[in-house]
Design a protein around this ligand. Sequence first.
Ligand code: PEP
Ligand code: MN
Length: 369
Amino acid sequence: MSPDPKLQLDLNGFKKNPSPYIIAGPCSAESEDQLRKTVGQILDGSNTITAIRAGIWKPRTRPGHFEGIGSPALKWMQAIQEDFNIPIITEVGTTRHVEEALKHGFKHLWIGARTTVNPFYVQELSEAFRGADVTVMVKNPIHPDLGLWVGAMERINAAGVNSLAAIHRGFYSSDTETYRNDPKWELALELKHRVPDLPIICDPSHISGRKKYILETCQTAYDLDMDGLMIETHYHPTKALSDAEQQITPEELHDLLDKLILRQSKLQDPKKNQSLDSMRVEIDGEDERLLNVLIERMKTVDKIGGFKKENNLTIFQIDRWYEIISSRKLQSEELGLDPKMADEIFRILHKYSIQRQTRILHDKSDQQD
Ligand code: PEP
Ligand code: MN
């Protein structure tokens, strides 16, 4: 991917300034009554909600589930937007969806994770947005490919849409024990680094998949200085026709928003700045020591590589590898470090050790012709 995607952005007050952009609403608009009740309760008792979400074209992974009300909902959704004087955001996946939503006065639309993956769909949608006064929010693709996420925004931007935001909803993972989708925060941070002006809204509902993790996911998003949240909220979650397990009630939403701690991205007090700077100097020193240890480790790896070559031994020795991983995890646990972190670090070290030893084994410079 080109290192600096150049997006022409006109953010319409999107970027966190000073408070984050809060979008709440049901996964799906199920009926006029359900949406009115939910919107009424969300707005009652909170003045921090900037927009309502509600899907009417639902991209279900497998058929046979509620697929949304579709176009007939547009008329009453438009009435609800006007009655409550708040924008409603909905998902579009085809050019027909875009045309119909725009015709009914929708000014905010999102593209779902299952659409962002396909440049053909995104290109067609981009043509349908051309010339419209619309803000488009682009969810990350299902798999962790930053190029596709940025590429989708570049296509939409090239069609003249300057009001854009990214929605971080996590990535497919086979391990759903805790989160439904792996947040891979590092990818959202990489996006922030590459396109600093682009607002990023976190969708804790699709990341968590369960109510109990929503608060901590929102707090992490705030701690990482994300620009807003999109939280699935339903007046009666257990009756919801889609994503019942992850929707919270408007009351729970208000409670959650009250609990969240908003941190500042820069310190105002110069004295405090100095103490932060000196702690950072400590970290710099520790990292330097870490790098020196790595150099020593790699020298030993080379020595072993040379020995394996001399003795015609394979580089990969499975028993030794299992022994390294399990003993390092155990040691980390005993030392009070996260064994998962040790597992990841040693897998990376092993990958680069194997690369170095492969080079040594293939090096013909010390062989006679
Ligand atoms: C949704 O927001 O309800 C939805 C279907 O999201 P995603 O595209 O993130 O799965
Ligand atoms: Mn949903």
